[in-house]
Write a protein that binds this ligand. Structure first.
Ligand code: ATP
Ligand code: MG
Length: 301
């Protein structure tokens, strides 16, 4: 490949291949990737609304936009303030209670990011190393679509609690769900659940329900692969408008059924993760049996 293809107009972060990653993500309880096999199924919409719903419930939440090539998080969350530089560190802006970091803060909207994998890896590394996230309960990471460099870099860089897969219900999207699940399996990242987006549409005029992309595919896929089904979000203009104007529906219309759908998913996720934590903290049955079988050793004074 020619030299010129390597060049780019964007400031390139340095990917330090010798870097010690062991401290990255320290102070963050749960790092959760929001993924999809297919593009345009609503990952960013879900990531933004889920992050805000988690923050509304009182959790400390961050949202990292790892879609380096197409950063949509600042626009959808309505953040206009760039991060504040303090020495070598970046203080992330906070929007609706969520700390945010995105390549979108550094690259003008119309400028494409033309980077190879190692440069993308470097950017994500900097998002962990240089950004002052502080103590977080949840850091959601909005991924680009598919099984490319970014999920791979992320899985190698930080201990991910797991990944959430967003899909639309139709068959063609579900084929790609399988690929995504297999990829996370390969890199030992648990899949925490499937969210079905654009599940159905309720006509604003006649109230009739239409299943534009079929129905129930996400739930069927969850069953098939033995993964929790976290819930479904309707296809609704108000959700799209929320994204376009940077006013997430969980803030703009908090009492709407659409907002409640996001909040129910956030609650289910928190519940699932707290149970997981409890299980990790308590000894396994095998440990307990082993302990019972151990001979009692008399205390020596
Ligand atoms: N439930 C929904 N109802 C209506 N519009 C939606 C819904 N979910 C997402 N959209 C809209 O669909 C478009 C694509 O959504 P989004 O950008 O969140 O997808 P994505 O999976 O992140 O895309 P990409 O793969 O490009 O990153 C956006 O315009 C968004 O507002
Ligand atoms: Mg996106």
């Amino acid at each position: 490949m020619s030299e010129s293809r390597e060049r780019s107009d964007n400031p390139a972060p340095h990917a330090d291949s010798r870097a010690d990653h062991s401290h990255l993500g320290e102070g963050i309880d749960h790092i959760i990737a929001i993924s999809s096999g297919k593009g345009g199924v609503g990952k960013t919409t879900v990531a933004v609304n889920l992050a805000v719903a988690l923050a509304k419930s009182g959790a400390n939440v961050g949202l990292m936009d790892a879609d380096i090539y197409g950063p949509n998080v600042p626009g959808m969350l309505g953040v206009t303030t760039p991060p504040h530089k303090e020495g070598d560190t970046l203080i992330p802006p906070v929007s609706h209670g969520v700390k945010v970091m995105s390549m979108g803060f550094f690259v003008p909207e119309e400028t494409p990011v033309v980077w190879r994998g190692p440069m993308v890896h470097g950017a994500i590394q900097q998002f962990f190393r240089d950004v002052v996230w502080g103590k977080l309960d949840y850091l959601l990471v909005d991924l680009p679509p598919g099984t490319g460099d970014v999920p791979l870099s992320l899985s190698q860089m930080v201990p991910l609690t797991g990944a959430i897969t967003v899909t639309t219900p139709q068959e063609v999207a579900l084929h790609d769900v399988r690929k995504g699940i297999m990829m996370f399996k390969k890199v030992n990242v648990p899949v925490l659940g499937i969210i079905e987006n654009m599940s159905y549409y309720v006509c604003a005029h006649c109230g009739q329900r239409a299943e534009i992309f079929d129905y129930g595919g996400g739930e069927r896929a969850a069953e098939k692969y033995g993964i929790p089904f976290l819930g479904r979000i309707p296809l609704d203009p108000a959700i799209r408008i929320g994204g376009d104007i940077g006013a997430p529906i969980v803030i703009a219309h908090p009492d709407s059924p659409q907002a409640k759908a996001f909040e129910a998913i956030a609650a289910k996720l928190m519940d699932q993760l707290s149970k997981k934590k409890e299980q990790a903290g308590s000894p396994s049955i095998a440990d307990m049996i082993k302990k019972i079988k151990e001979p009692m050793t008399p205390k020596t004074e």
